[in-house]
Ligand binder design. Structure first.
Ligand code: ATP
Ligand code: MG
Ligand code: FE
Length: 353
């Protein structure tokens, strides 16, 4: 079964062709980072317009890349939520309409199920049951996964998501949007032990997270060190200390260490609580090298294993949507003539496969 996947929930247009026998045939990702850079965050209306501009050309492109004609495609999977409603509507309308025109089914896909299943696109895939750590721009969740579609949220962030905390702190340090990867890069030249930030909510039982306090802690240090808080791109204050770049790197190091430590503590608890020794990490922050390293060590200690998607499939992409859609179509089929876009949607509401 050959499925076309369309992802348009935020600021990436991701298109892919996935075949249930042959695997991933082609994929394209267009990132709108440049469109939103001047605003320091995603502007929803601009995102929608750019998806309108890019979706159809990229669909044509993957068909050329994979040397596939429309007659060979058996279904279309599109992200129907959660995400920005205007952006979602673009993928949903194009996906549903194209499926109608081609006389094939269209299936609405949950974006976080897409992230959660992205490691299934790799050669070495996890067995059920597993614990999934979803760490992205909008979500931080620990999910017990018994099967595809059988999801129980064990814990989640009560305020900022991990990626959001990375991005906000990066902004305070004067880095461009999205700052997560840039903050991680800056942390590489940071000195351990100069600053120490809290590990929020680790002093009490439970698997929920909180990251907004960490951002405030970083903001306080940035202020007290005489580095101007970023609102604009120039953070270089006339009176800033000479070694401002090193101070920033040291702050980035301490911040990343605190986030990674906090996440690892909660993962350890989830493993101990459930007895499940397979950990899957997915979503943009799962690209973080320190996080991967720390969790690999943790799972080794528990005689378990950690799985994650290849780098480009950690953040938003069409391949994960095509894969998740293929699983749902195989099981249920779906030819409702509805265009579905749900800005808010819990992964627990999905039916099991
Ligand atoms: P959601 O999936 O919750 O709707 P999203 O789609 O915006 O949110 P993703 O595309 O999965 O999120 O991930 C983007 C996030 O990942 C951004 O916050 C980005 O800063 C963060 N990120 C990407 N790479 C890294 C990295 N190496 N270290 C830390 N954070 C990273
Ligand atoms: Mg993005
Ligand atoms: Fe995402």
């Amino acid at each position: 079964m050959l499925i076309l996947g369309i992802e348009s929930s935020c600021d990436e247009t991701g298109i892919a062709l996935f075949d249930t026998n042959r695997g991933l045939l082609a994929h394209e990702i267009y990132s709108q980072i440049d469109v939103h850079a001047d605003y320091g965050g995603v502007v929803p209306e601009l995102a929608s317009r750019d998806h309108v501009r890019k979706t159809i050309p990229l669909i044509k492109q993957v068909m050329v890349d994979a040397n596939v004609s429309k007659d060979e495609i058996n279904g279309i999977a599109y992200t129907s939520g959660p995400g920005l409603v205007g952006a979602l509507m673009v993928g949903a309308c194009i996906g549903r309409s194209l499926a109608f025109a081609w006389g094939i089914p269209a299936v609405p896909v949950h974006h976080m199920e897409g992230h959660l299943l992205a490691p299934m696109l790799e050669d070495d895939t996890p067995e059920f049951p597993f614990i999934a750590l979803l760490v992205s721009g909008g979500h931080t969740q620990l999910v017990e996964v018994k099967a595809i579609g059988d999801y129980q949220i064990l814990g989640e962030s009560i305020d900022d998501a991990a990626g959001e905390a990375f991005d906000k702190t990066a902004k305070l340090l004067g880095l461009d949007y999205p700052g997560g990867p840039m903050l991680a890069k800056l942390a590489e030249s940071g000195t351990p032990g100069v600053y120490k930030f809290p590990r929020p909510m680790t002093d009490r039982p439970g698997l929920d997270f909180s990251f907004s306090g960490l951002k405030t802690a970083a903001a306080n240090v940035i202020r007290s060190e005489g580095i101007v808080l970023a609102g604009s791109k120039s953070t270089q204050n006339e009176n800033a200390p000479e070694n401002v770049d090193q101070i920033k790197a040291d702050i980035a190091y301490a911040f990343q260490e605190a986030v990674v430590d906090t996440i690892a503590i909660k993962c350890r608890r989830a493993v101990e609580q459930t007895g499940i020794k397979t950990l899957v990490i997915a979503g943009g922050v799962s690209a973080n090298t320190e996080l991967r390293g720390k969790l690999a060590k943790l799972m080794k200690k528990h005689k378990g294993q950690v799985y994650y998607p290849r780098h480009e499939f950690c953040t938003d992409n069409g391949a994960m949507i095509a894969y998740a859609g293929a699983q749902r179509l195989k099981k249920y089929g779906n030819n409702e003539l509805l265009i579905k876009a749900r800005p808010r949607w819990s992964i627990e509401e999905l039916p099991a496969i």
